[in-house]
Unconditional design. Structure first.
Length: 349
């Protein structure tokens, strides 16, 4: 067999497809492996370049193959798609990955370590529980509305309804209605407790990360946003500048320009959806504080001037874009954010 220089690896649950080429670009390997055969095969193979789509389990396999001396690069699936020829199957996917990984202009996803993945897992678990809590709150409020009992919106106010459910001597609910709502109330209280535990774990992860602590100095970025940013972006140098980082998060206008006529639309909403959502929520919080006059910084002056002529939510997205650019600078330059007349960050001692 000719020496293999590049392999496109299409990973799956059980069957993995390989497509290998030599230094001349000739195909020298088309092979499928069972999961148990993967480590043995690559341990006996000379070090080479391996491309993998950045999907489920990709970071685990990247770390495993890198331990065997291989150069592993993760590619966003959307960047592999243009290299797929005609019909889709595992062999065609592996060939497309093999071709994409050799492109000089290709962008890659940094490989995350286990600690970073564990931090992101905390965020995923918390986000899932929050969505389940919202569903339970809506259900409880809806059922109580059928009996003419309505409370103000918000997670705090629903506890008034839970109190009515738990009080057996309360005549506002019939016994049958209470038996129907009791499991919902119990589940809601349990989920509240679990969300609180995950929040504390995220705070611990935030305080143990120097990058996360520095990111939290930016207005609108707290422990949740900062820890998610630091865990999701292990290497900020992959982006040429703050604008490219904001574009990666989908916080820049979508272009549809031709004939020298620039046409800008709404934000692209591409890239990491969770980070974009967290930054926009943080921007809303910061903007409320700015609007109330609690902060007086160059960033606040800029936001207020924009608020005078643009809608609130549009300004919040623009502020999220600026926060993303500042976050990139903080990660790249090992700085903390300090508002100054020129709006620059100061070097840490």
């Amino acid at each position: 067999m000719e020496k293999i220089t590049t392999i496109g690896l299409d990973i799956a649950k059980n069957v993995f497809q390989l497509h290998g080429i030599d230094e001349n670009g000739e195909v020298v390997l088309r092979k499928s492996l069972r999961r148990r055969q993967v480590i043995t095969f690559f341990s006996n193979l000379s070090p080479c370049l391996i491309g993998i789509e950045a999907c489920a389990t990709a970071h685990h396999w990247a770390r495993t193959l890198m331990a065997s001396g291989h150069d592993v690069r993760l590619i966003p699936p959307v960047y592999v798609k243009p290299y797929l020829r005609r019909q889709k199957n595992d062999a065609a996917d592996a060939a497309a990955i093999c071709e994409a990984v050799t492109r000089p202009s290709m962008r890659f996803v940094p490989v995350k370590n286990e600690e970073q993945q564990a931090t992101l897992m905390l965020h995923s678990a918390r986000e899932l529980l929050v969505s389940q809590r919202t569903a339970l709150i809506n259900a409880v409020r809806g059922h109580f509305a059928e009996f003419g009992m309505v409370v103000s919106q918000g997670a705090r106010n629903v506890h008034l309804l839970i109190t009515i459910i738990l009080e057996e001597n309360n005549d506002d609910l019939s016994a049958s209605a209470r038996s129907a709502l009791l499991p919902l109330a119990t589940a809601l209280l349990n989920i509240d407790a679990q969300i609180s535990k995950l929040g504390k774990a995220i705070l611990i992860a935030h305080r143990s990360s120097d990058v996360s602590v520095r990111l939290a100095t930016i207005p609108g970025i707290g422990p949740i946003v900062a820890s998610s940013l630091s865990a999701s972006i292990p290497d900020a140098s992959l982006f040429k500048g703050g604008r490219e980082f904001a574009a990666y998060l989908g916080l820049v206008p979508r272009q549809h320009s031709t004939g020298g006529k620039p046409r800008l639309g709404r934000i692209t909403k591409m890239g990491n959806r969770r980070l974009r959502k967290l930054l926009v929520i943080g921007a809303h919080s910061a903007l409320y504080s700015i609007k109330s006059g609690k902060t007086d910084t160059p960033l606040a002056v800029w936001a207020l001037s924009l608020l005078a002529k643009k809608p609130f939510k549009l300004v919040a997205v623009a502020l999220a874009n600026k926060m993303a650019r500042i976050a990139w600078a903080v990660m790249m330059q090992n700085t903390i954010y300090q508002p100054t007349p020129k709006g620059v960050a100061s070097k840490m001692a």
